[in-house]
Write a protein that binds this ligand. Structure first.
Ligand SMILES: *Cc1c(COP(=O)(O)O)cnc(C)c1O
Length: 384
């Protein structure tokens, strides 16, 4: 029996852990399993390695190691950034500004704060998913303490202009947080060049292990911790360090190369152009310029997204309809709703997200199978 072809194009949901990352992590489960807080040699050797990993993460955004707090992932980093600032600065003000296209770990956090009396403005975006600087400026008031705008959107790949947003926030003396989970290692960010105060990152979207993340907190920014206990992470986040996870995360960061970005963007364009050319009645969602190098989001008229997803899955091709978090609700995603797409585009949007392991032949095969699947579904579709 020939082995079934399997093509993974859902790298915005999670990624394969790189072999080098697994190899780097393994000794920290078996031989170097000490607790970094212990005073004996088992603790000491691990403490050194853990310190190095933190340095690698800090260096990746040109920050100081003391400005990095390790967390359990992007969701925790977003919670800690937003709630941490809200609780620390509530005497100064109770207003937070975010956008309508944020990840649920930002949106639900803001909603939770609203129930506690904070006021939140959810900025709309234009048809390509960009936040308007003028609208942001208008929304900032004397009670505003925090702006939280994601760097790159996980569904349609829009990359926001963080430099300009940061400049505005600095001028108006409000803190800026950004969820950079999708852009991390794909869109360079330097905290010495961009005026930004808090940055959420995670490991499992960049070929590292799941359940590991980090939060950059600019020196001087106050943050109320969410997890009380021991004195780890400069008392900002209690709990025995996830040593293997953090070591693996740092290795994943080291493995990321600028060449990967160019190659992913080339294959992304090939995929987008191929599908739009070969399949009639399709449209690209999200921006043409300033688009994440691995994101293609395409709507197919007259069919249902779930049906197409299932058909491609039978061909061994894994893609996503909307985002993983809304895949169970069958409602149009909040991101596509915010883009105010025409009705037919909301029916069958599929997200293809590439990785540096995606090959040209996989892209070619995907175009061919999408063409076939769509034409079969349209033949039997009651929607046309
Ligand atoms: C995946 C993702 C998160 C959540 O990260 P976890 O590590 O899975 O908690 C947050 N924001 C964005 C934009 C994401 O894509």
């Amino acid at each position: 029996m020939s082995e079934r072809k399997r093509i993974y194009l859902d790298n915005s949901a999670t990624t394969m852990v790189a072999k080098e990352v697994v190899e780097k992590m393994l000794p920290y489960y078996t031989e170097r399993y000490g607790n970094p807080s212990s005073l004996h040699s088992f603790g000491g050797e691990v403490k050194e390695d853990f310190k190095k990993a933190r340095e690698i993460l800090a260096e990746s955004i040109n920050a100081a190691p003391a400005e990095i707090i390790m967390t359990s992932g992007g969701s925790e980093s977003n919670n800690l950034a937003i709630k941490g600032v809200a609780y620390s600065y509530k005497k100064k003000g109770n207003h937070i500004i975010t956008s309508k296209i944020e990840h649920p770990s930002v949106l639900r956090t803001c909603e939770a704060l609203e129930k506690e009396g904070f006021k939140v403005t959810y900025l709309g975006v234009d048809k390509e998913g960009f936040v308007s600087l003028e609208e942001l400026e208008k929304a900032i008031g004397k009670n505003t303490i925090l702006v939280s705008i994601m760097h790159a959107n996980n569904e349609v790949g829009t990359i926001q202009d963080l430099d300009s947003i940061g400049e505005l926030c600095r001028k108006r003396k409000v803190l800026l947080h950004s969820d950079t989970v999708q852009s991390y290692t794909k869109v360079p960010l330097d905290v010495k060049k961009t005026s930004i105060d808090l940055i959420s990152m995670n490991s499992h979207k960049i070929h590292g292990p799941k359940g590991v993340g980090a939060l950059y907190v600019r020196q001087g920014v106050k943050l109320k911790r969410l997890i009380d206990g021991g004195g780890q992470e400069r008392r900002m986040r209690a709990g025995t360090e996830n040593v293997p996870g953090v070591i693996g995360f740092a290795k994943a960061v080291e493995l990321a190369r600028p060449e990967h970005i160019t190659e992913m963007a080339r294959l992304r364009d090939k995929l987008i152009e191929g599908i739009l050319r070969e399949v009639p009645k399709t449209r690209l969602n999200g921006p043409k310029e300033n688009r994440l190098c691995n994101n293609a989001n395409i709507s197919f008229s007259y069919i249902e997204g779930e049906a197409l997803l299932a058909k491609l899955d039978m061909d061994g091709i894994a893609v996503s309809s909307g985002s993983a978090c809304s895949a169970l609700t069958l409602e149009p995603s909040h991101v596509l709703m915010a883009l105010r797409l025409p009705r037919e585009a909301l029916a069958a949007p599929l997200r293809f997200s590439l990785s540096r392991y995606t090959s040209e032949s996989e892209v070619d095969y995907t175009i061919e199978r999408v063409k076939k699947a769509v034409s079969e579904l349209r033949r039997i579709s009651p929607l046309k």
